[in-house]
Design a protein around this ligand. Structure first.
Ligand code: PCA
Length: 219
């Protein structure tokens, strides 16, 4: 199994992006899956193009995208990407789309195709606070999640994709009163646990055809 893990570059005046810092520390083999890493620019359009080109070259089984969500307390696994760009701040190339559909012809939204709840449970089991998020926002992270799910739905529906938002790193929170943050090691533990859950759910699916009962995850 091949998993492409992507992380954004720093944006909004930050010196680092925890997503990219996590990438640098990630094991290259997790639960038997081969991990490849890709840095993605925090830019509308370009981010999606870069990930699609890596998908076409590498042909991964799963694409797991990671981004920073300043203000969140937990690691959050996104359930949905929506068909809108509505940027609160300019991206790294000064684009600031407002209320603009990502694809005017596309559906309103796509659900992530990774096992969101199993990932949340695995992250919690690894000792890190996590929850399901029902919004990836309307900035570049949501744009990438929607863009990749849209591409895969049309071109490679067997490839799974999902998005995890992580809080600011502890050092990024210095001087920002009441800003939640998390240590890098904790984030790496969380992402590796989430990837392990993705791998084991796909091997379970391959070995049984039984329908899954709905999973409760307390919020
Ligand atoms: N977070 C931003 C874009 C890049 C990133 O890491 C977001 O949540 O949209």
């Amino acid at each position: 199994m091949k998993i492409l893990v992507t992380g954004f570059d720093p944006f909004g005046g930050e010196k680092v992006n925890p997503a990219f810092e996590v990438l640098k520390k990630l094991k290259r083999n997790i639960a038997g899956a081969k991990i490849s890493l890709l840095e993605v620019p925090t830019v509308f359009g370009e981010s999606v193009a870069k990930v699609i080109s890596a998908i076409e070259k590498q042909k991964p089984d799963v694409v797991l995208m990671i981004g920073q969500a300043g203000g969140r307390y937990e690691v959050t696994v996104e359930r949905i990407g929506i068909n809108i760009d509505d940027a609160r701040i300019p991206d790294n190339k000064n684009n600031q789309p407002i209320d603009k559909p990502i694809d005017p012809e596309g559906p309103a939204a796509y659900f992530a195709t990774v096992p969101v709840k199993a990932m949340v449970q695995a992250i919690r089991k690894s000792g890190v606070p996590a929850s399901v998020s029902n919004t990836a926002g309307t900035f570049v992270c949501n744009h990438l999640l929607y863009g990749v799910l849209h591409y895969l739905a049309k071109n490679a529906p067997q490839v799974k994709a999902g998005f995890i938002h992580i809080p600011l790193l502890i050092e990024q929170a210095i001087g920002k009163t009441n800003m939640p943050s998390m240590g890098l090691k904790t984030m790496v533990t969380a992402i590796e646990a989430a990837i392990t859950a993705v791998v084991s759910s796909s091997s379970k699916k391959a070995s049984t055809k039984k329908p899954k009962s709905p999973q409760k995850v307390s919020s």
